[in-house]
Each structure stands twice: as C-alpha cells, then as structure tokens.
Design a protein around this ligand. Sequence first.
Ligand code: DHB
Ligand code: FE
Length: 280
Amino acid sequence: MAKIIGCVTTSHVPAIARAIAKGQQEDPYWKEWFDGFKPVHRWLAQARPDVAVIVYNDHGLNFFLDKLPTFAIGAAAEYQSADEGWNIPTVLPFRGDPQLSWHVINSVVAEGFDITMCQEMLVDHALCNPMALLWPGGKEWPVRIVPVEINTVQFPLPSAARCYRLGEALGRAIASYPEDLRVLVMGTGGLSHQLDGERAGFINKAFDQKFMASLTADPTWVTRYSTIELVEQTGSQGIELLLWLTARAALGAGARAITANYHIPISNTAAGMMLLEPAA
Ligand code: DHB
Ligand code: FE
C-alpha cells in the first residue's frame, strides 16, 4: 500500500527562482533561507519518496479569474512550467502519475469534494520553486508529482476547516492506494504576506509562529478562524497558509517536526518552512 512518509511546507516566493538562477544561495540575503533546506535534503536522501502530492495555488497561469475552480487535481502524464509574469526561468517538466491522480480524484470526490480534473495543467512558481528547493541542481526530478490546486486568489475561498477535511481525505486516498509507494506531501505558499493595497508589506510574526507551532501540537487550531479573519491576520496572500494546513492534515492527527525555518522577509513574505513526519 502507499504510505505518506512526511510533509514539507514551504514558501514559494518567485524571487527564489531568480536567486537559484543567479547562484545566490550563499549571499547574506539568501543564505539563511537556503541553508534551512540542508536538513531536508539529508532527510530526503534517507526517505526516498517516489511521488510528491503537492498542495499549491495557481497564480493566474493555468486558471484565471474568468474560470477559477476551488479545488483542482492534475491527472496528466507530464506537467510543464511556464512564466506567469515574474520573468523567472522555466524548469524541466515534471513526470505525473495519472493512475495515482485518478485514484485520489475518485477517492476525494466519493467523500464529497467537487474536484476539477485536469488532464492538462501548467504549473507556476508555487509548485516549481518548492520542488527546486527540495531537489536543487536542475537535474531530472527524482519523484513523480500529483498537483492539488486550491483557490486562494479570488473570494470566496474554501474555509480552513474545509481545507483541513480535504487534507484528511487526501491522506485516506493515498493510504488506500494499492501500490507500494512512498509519498511525500507538500504544501506551498505563505506565510504572512500582502503584495498590494494599503497593507502591502504586512507581516505578522506572532501569528505565523503560533500557526507553525500548531501544526504539531494542535493542527486544527487555525480552523477556528474564517477566511476573512485569516486575511486580517496574515495578509491577502498570507491566506496561502491554507495550503500548508491541507498538506498537514494529510498526515493524520499526530505529527512531529524534523526541522523548521522562519525567516523575515524574503521579498514581501515571511518565509517559512517545516518538515513533518507522521507520529509513529
Ligand atoms: C511573493 C510571494 C508570493 O507568495 C507570490 O505568489 C508572489 C510573490 C513575494 O513576496 O514577492
Ligand atoms: Fe503565492
């Protein structure tokens, strides 16, 4: 049977791709952020996942405001990256796992989640940058991927409670897949940031740190907040923490942190990263 071996959550700021392209990982601005992934690289070398199920949000590349699903799952054999406007380099295509994708789609639809099924899907910085942070070097990706896309762009957004339940359903879907796969779940985006409007540059360190701590001790803590309250607390793009929450929920009730990093700011974002393992 397939098994979830861990969960990595990380910010996906576009500037990360530019720093990688320019080889700036040792620059003072970037060092602490990139160094935070060294324990993750060591963990990945041991854990050897076959597939990554990646919970992320599209930023106008694959979906736009005219047609915007709440939940979409990729079921393609391959996913290409493209530039949605940040002028960052594309990366090598990702291999999909259509069989696992369809199993996950069938399973979560049966549990009442209405999913947009994508047999063609472009992926943006929110998927590509986390992958490049986990597997640097620009070589062929060592895992197949299943993209799980959640609207965090245009209201109405799914609630934190709904996202938590979707994450639990993803966990059950993966655990019921008959092939012996080692599955890494990823959640991208966040933490607090706001890119536009009066509060551009808004960061809420206290809330971010409470949220990160909650993911081990009390993972449903943030579900007491409405999406509007979460935008107030974290900024209009900080709401991407829903993607962390969904990924975390796939692990089940108990989880322990292997490593974590919180670094203010990268671009406009309070950049966070966590590696979690399911409780034994
Ligand atoms: C930034 C952060 C994001 O999450 C994003 O999608 C785009 C830009 C930023 O801080 O620059
Ligand atoms: Fe984003």
